[in-house]
Design a protein around this ligand. Structure first.
Ligand code: GLP
Length: 274
């Protein structure tokens, strides 16, 4: 796992956007796994800027979103579909037929979830999966106790998540109780995972994700089993990590590797440092 600590939430967004932009430049028909919530907003702002000012081309990408509330129409202002349209898709040139957000109004969820998984496979699998994290350590809507091998399915929201998300709905009783979400196993199949977190309220979940045991009680901790994970944090989200000095050392070595500064020691690029 590569842990990158940036000075501010804005820097976290810009750093993640640079990684995604590089992926799209190197492979224009990339398959991107996308996330909702407050955390990825800075990433999306920066991608839109790159598209409008620098001509970054998204015309060939395919996207799959992580999750959606059950029962909300795509036009509902709190639906994740609406969020994605408003904060990303309507500003880019991605082709609508290659944009996928789980359908919270599916009539048969079991078959919808099977087809969603199938579509990811048909698209060639996800190249980079963007992730946020809940205060209880969940990724997507994989609440504590979710099987680490789980696939796209319906999930009952935990009371902590309902409380956290009530700020978007006005009151707790308006928050849907169920969501359709990619599983932990689905997420782990992405070729690279990019987890972002900002703010002191994420510090404990981040400490448990990175330095705690792999456990279904903190589903993001399953990322420890993945071979290519980058975690980008602001100082506050990193504030409870015990091995910060080491993560910073790794980053210094990594930038030397990338800039060729270690060539004098006979160490070349592509050695990997995760
Ligand atoms: C929801 C989403 C998650 C997201 C989390 C944190 O539970 N399903 O994908 O990571 O909220 O959201 P925020 O970034 O707003 O803190």
């Amino acid at each position: 796992m590569r842990v990158i600590i940036e000075e501010s939430a804005e820097e976290v967004g810009r750093r993640a956007a640079r990684i995604l932009a590089r992926q799209v430049r190197e492979k224009p028909d990339s398959v991107l796994g996308l996330a909702t919530g407050h955390t990825p907003l800075g990433v999306y702002r920066e991608l839109i800027r790159m598209h409008t000012e620098e001509g970054l081309d998204f015309s060939q990408i395919t996207t799959f979103n992580l999750d959606e509330y059950v029962g909300l129409e795509p036009t509902h202002p709190q639906s994740y579909r609406f969020f994605m349209q408003r904060h990303l898709f309507e500003h880019l040139n991605a082709h609508p037929s290659r944009i996928h957000v789980p359908d919270g109004r599916a009539l048969d969820f079991a078959s919808f979830c099977r087809r969603y998984e199938e579509r990811i496979r048909m698209a060639g699998g996800i190249d980079i999966q963007l992730l946020g994290i809940g205060r209880d350590g969940h990724m997507a809507f994989n609440e504590p106790g979710s099987s680490l091998g789980s696939r796209t399915r319906l999930k009952t929201l935990a009371s902590e998540t309902i409380r956290d998300n009530a700020r978007y709905f006005g009151t707790e009783d308006r928050v849907p109780r169920l969501a359709v979400t990619m599983g932990v196993g689905t997420i782990l199949e992405a070729r690279q995972c990019l987890l972002l977190a900002n703010g002191p309220h994420k510090a404990e979940a981040i400490q448990r994700t990175i330095e705690g045991p792999v456990t279904s009680q903190v589903t993001a901790s399953a990322l420890q089993l993945h071979r290519d994970v980058i975690i980008i944090l602001d100082e506050e989200a990193a504030s409870r990590l015990e091995r910060v000095a080491y993560y910073r050392d790794v980053e210094r070595a990594q930038s030397l590797l990338e800039s060729g500064g270690l060539r004098a020691l006979g160490i070349g690029p592509g050695t990997g440092n995760g």
